[in-house]
Design a protein around this ligand. Sequence first.
Ligand SMILES: Nc1ncnc2c1ncn2[C@@H]1O[C@H](COP(=O)(O)OP(=O)(O)O)[C@@H](O)[C@H]1O
Ligand SMILES: [Mg+2]
Length: 454
Amino acid sequence: MTRNLPTSGSLRNHLVLTLIGGAAILALLLFFAIRNYATQVAQQGQDNILGASVTSILDAASIRDGTIEVDIPYASFSMLSTQSDDRIFYAIYQDETFLSGYPKLSLATVSGQESIFQSVKHRGKTVRLVTASRTLIGIEKRTQIRVALAQTQDALSGTLAQISRNAALFGTGFFALAALLSIWASSTTVGQLKRLTNSVTRRGPQDLSPFEKPVPSEMLPLVTSLNSLMQRLDHSLGQSEDFIAEAAHRVRTPLATVRSYAEATLQRVDKEENRQALRSMVRAIDESSRAAGQLLDHAMITFRADHLEHQNLDLVALVNELVVRLMPIAEMKDLELRFHSDAQITYSGDPVLIQNAVRNLIDNALKYSPSEGTVNILVTAAPNVHVRVCDSGNGFPSEELNTLATRFKRGKNAEGTIGSGLGLTIAMDVARAHGGNLQLSNGTEGGACALLSL
Ligand SMILES: Nc1ncnc2c1ncn2[C@@H]1O[C@H](COP(=O)(O)OP(=O)(O)O)[C@@H](O)[C@H]1O
Ligand SMILES: [Mg+2]
C-alpha cells in the first residue's frame, strides 16, 4: 500500500512561474526604456529645428533708421513643416513691447544667448515653446529683441505612438520567446529528476543493486544516499534470512532429540499411567515442533518470495516425491493417496517453496478428513500449471471459505487437531510469489479442494 505523501507544490511549476515572471518584468522594463529613449530623441529633434528656426528669425532682425525691422525669412517656418501639419505660433517683442505674432503666447524671460525650451499649453493644446533673445545695438540705442516660437506636437505624438507600438510588439515577442525557453528549460531540468524516478519505479522490489547511470551533480547526494540505503537494506535482509535458517535448525534439532528420548523411554516403560504421560509428551513435542516449523517456514517464504530462486524443475517429479514421503502417514490413518499427473511438466520456480506449499495442502487433507477416505492429488499443465488436492472429508467450513487463508486463521472444524493456522497462508504466498493463486472450494459431493495455480 502506498500512502499519498503531501507535496510542497510542483518544482516544475515553481521554475516556470519564476522564469516567466522574470521575463515579464524584463519585457516591461525593456518597453519603458525604449519608449523613454525614443521620446527623448524625438523631443531633441524637434527642439533642434525650433532652435534653428528661432535663430534665423532673430538673425533677420535689424535696426534701420532707429526702427526695428524683422523680416521673417520663409525658410524659418518651412523647416518646421511636418507630415501632420503641426501648427506654428510666434510672437516678437521689443523689450516689453509686443511687435507681431500671437500676443497670447507666453514668453519665458531670457537673458544672454541661450534659448529656453518649454512644453506649455496654448489654445488647449500642448506645444513646444522656444524663447530666445538678441540685443540689437543702433546708433543711439541698444534694444532687446525677444522671439518665441511654438509648435504643436501632433507629428511627434504620432511618431511616439508608433514607436510605442513597435516597442510593445518587440516586448511581447521577447516575452513569448523567454516563456517558451523557460518551459523548455524547466522541462529538461525536471526531466532529469523524472528519469531517476522512472528508473527507481521500474525496478522490481528485489532489485537492491546501486544506481550507476550518470546523474546531474546536484542529484548526486540523493542518489548516493539512496544507494547506501539500499546497500544497508540488502545487508540486513541477508542477515535476517540467515537468522531464520539458523533459528529453524536450532529449534528443530533439540526438539527432535527430546522426541527420540521420549519414544525410547516409552519402549522401556510398562506402567500404563506413565506410558500415557509419555505419549502426551511426544504429541506435545510434535505439536510445538510443527508450530515452530511453520512459523519459520512462513517467515522464510515471506523473505524468499521477494527474491525467488528460479530453477528449472519437473513439477510432476517434485510433487510425486512428496506424495511418496507422506504415504506412511496416510497409511497410519487408513487414507489412500492417489496421484494423477501429466507425464512431465517443466516449470521454473523455487522447489523448496513449492514443496512446502503442496505439503501443507496434503497435510490438511490428511488432518481434516476421516479415515478410510481418499485424497486425490492432481498435477497438470492444462489449461495452466496447477496442483489440486481434493479429499473426501466434510469440506471447508463454507462460511469461512474466504478467510481461511489469512494468517493464524483456523476454522471451526479445527478444534482438537494440531495446527497453527499458517498452512493455507504459506500455500497462498508461494502461489502468489510464482504469479499464481490459491483457490479453496468444496466438491459437490463433499470434500475440500485446494487448487494451487502457479
Ligand atoms: N482439507 C480440509 N478440510 C477441511 N478444512 C480444512 C482443510 N484444510 C484446511 N481446512 C480449514 O482451514 C483452516 C486453515 O488451515 P491451515 O491454514 O492449514 O491451518 P491449520 O491446518 O494449522 O489449522 C483449518 O484450521 C481448517 O479449519
Ligand atoms: Mg494446515
